[in-house]
Design a protein around this ligand. Sequence first.
Ligand code: SAM
Length: 250
Amino acid sequence: MAVQVYFIGAGPGDPELLTIKGKEIIERAEVIIYADSLINPEICQFAKPDAEIHCSASLSLEEITDTIENAVKQGRLVARLQSGDPSIYGAIKEQMAVLDEKEIEYEIIPGVSSLFAAAASIKTELTIPELSQTVIITRMEGNTPVPARESLKSLAAHQSAMAIFLSASLINEVVASLLDGGYSPETPAAVVCRATWNDEVVVRTLLKHLAERVNELGIKKQAIILVGKFLDQQSKRRSRLYGKEKKGGV
Ligand SMILES: C[S@@+](CC[C@H](N)C(=O)[O-])C[C@H]1O[C@@H](n2cnc3c(N)ncnc32)[C@H](O)[C@@H]1O
């Protein structure tokens, strides 16, 4: 039987950042489930006029999966939209586990994570030769526990590029942990709030000023915190990809 349930990465906000595949499924879907606080409601402009649209923000896991199950039983196509890419802080594992129990098949369509939208907004590359070839994607502990070995303080020891999700409201603790863990106060840092939305806000500063700037602007959510030398705007380091000895790049 054809798959009837799709988890679709809806991207960071700008509806034009949906993948073609994701958009085509939304156009065909009879049931759409999404959180309007994180996903741009304009994406629903691609839906059929009679598509049934549910806001998942007020639904429990059971209510979401029951809605999916009922739609599948009626032979309808379901688009479950997830912000950014579903695999990053998307809480899809628990949804998939329930669908597995119910023997309902599904597919995942990847999306543009807000991390990559944030990097594009500030026109940076996350991996700069000799400065950093590693990106740590993490968060401060909130309602979701974080294993102690993954504390910001211990991750800071790597001095790599760091992208911190879900933590803008804890900016004072974030900065304190990063400094405690070994980042210099002079480390370049940035925050991109609501990347790709019309009201996007970008802050570029040094780690020592980051908390003050974020607090001043009242940024509390929908923000990515970026820290590391890769943000150094003075850096002129070059990769070998475009070296004279090599014809053609990537
Ligand atoms: C539940 S997580 C979902 C992340 C999503 N799966 C992704 O790949 O971007 C929500 C967090 O993603 C980040 N986020 C989501 N949309 C964003 C945006 N447009 N700009 C900046 N950060 C965003 C924020 O850190 C927010 O707290």
